[in-house]
Write a protein that binds this ligand. Structure first.
Ligand code: PHE
Ligand code: FE
Length: 289
């Protein structure tokens, strides 16, 4: 699920110079369309009351449940009219600079394939369900849309300063695994959570993980795991608040981070705003669902 690893050094055959490929929507099989419908229905039993209003409103605005995998030719005009974003297919994970350049130009990149029917619960590489169902609804929120574009520009800069690991943690703990406060309690907005039936419940309700108030430097110092449920989630007060702290110049932040050690996934620090102190029992018994 890391968007910061890559396999190829150049676009594979059939891909454009910016690594995009055609969605080739007509080539999806009946089984593949059914997989989308199954996953969509399953999440809709879980997400109301758990996912943020921004996510639920985006899902509704984009109408991603018309039967089968969404056709980007239909989806993109709606998304573009709302916030200027589009979604494009790529053959797999792309190099960092390619990923950042797409984001900086309000293009979100998605896998073209969908998981096999026997992989509904877990897969290593992001497929079109994770990328479109998980990520694209949040891109209808104007502040989140700005945040993602700024992230792309920030990525280009962080790369030149040797600070990509730190910036990747910010992506991980917001875009992928973020929680936010709401008048009605904690809500999910991270794509890695909303696209997972099991983590949607775990992230909000399980006693095991720590849930800690978002603080930029704290997040950028915190390691993360890509192979199991998170041991810590960071909670933003609102999307506007996230945008406020991240639109500032990161130069001083990066300088401050240079002398600081990384923080392990299960640690609670004295200065943390602790929302839930987890038992860590899930990880202690070996995890993996
Ligand atoms: N403000 C950051 C910088 O100066 C860029 C950024 C914006 C990074 C939003 C992440 C999210 O580098
Ligand atoms: Fe993702």
């Amino acid at each position: 699920m890391s968007d910061f690893e890559h396999v190829f050094d150049a676009p594979p055959p059939g891909a454009a110079a910016d690594w995009t490929i055609s969605q080739n929507w007509r080539a999806y099989t009946e089984v593949e369309h059914d997989t989308w419908d199954t996953l969509y229905e399953r999440q809709m039993k879980i997400l109301p009351g758990r996912a943020s209003d921004a996510f639920m409103n985006g899902l509704k605005a984009l109408d991603l449940n018309t039967g089968g995998i969404p056709d980007f030719a239909v989806l993109n005009p709606k998304l573009k009219a709302l916030t200027g974003w589009t979604v494009e297919c790529v053959p797999g994970l792309v190099p960092d600079d390619v990923f950042f350049d797409h984001l900086a130009n309000r293009r979100f990149v998605s896998g073209q394939f969908i998981r096999k029917p026997d992989q509904l619960d877990y897969l290593q590489e992001p497929d079109i369900f994770h990328d479109v169902f998980g990520h694209v609804p949040m891109l209808t929120d104007p502040d989140f849309a700005d945040y993602m574009q700024a992230y792309g520009k920030g990525g280009q800069r962080a790369a030149s300063l040797g600070m990509l690991p730190q910036l990747a943690r910010l992506y991980w703990y917001t875009v992928e695994f973020g929680l936010m406060e709401s008048a009605k309690g904690l809500r999910i907005y991270g794509a890695g959570i909303v696209s997972s039936a099991t983590e949607s419940v775990f992230a909000l309700e399980d006693a095991s993980p720590n849930r800690i108030g978002f603080e930029l430097e704290r997040v950028m110092r915190t390691l993360y795991r890509i192979d199991d449920f998170q041991q810590v989630y960071f909670v933003i007060p609102s999307i506007e608040a996230l945008k406020d702290v991240t639109l500032k110049d990161f130069g001083p932040v990066y300088d401050a981070l240079k002398g600081q050690p990384d923080i392990a996934v299960d640690v609670v620090l004295p200065d943390d705003r602790v929302i839930t102190r987890g038992t860590q029992s899930y990880a202690a018994r070996g995890g993996r669902f």
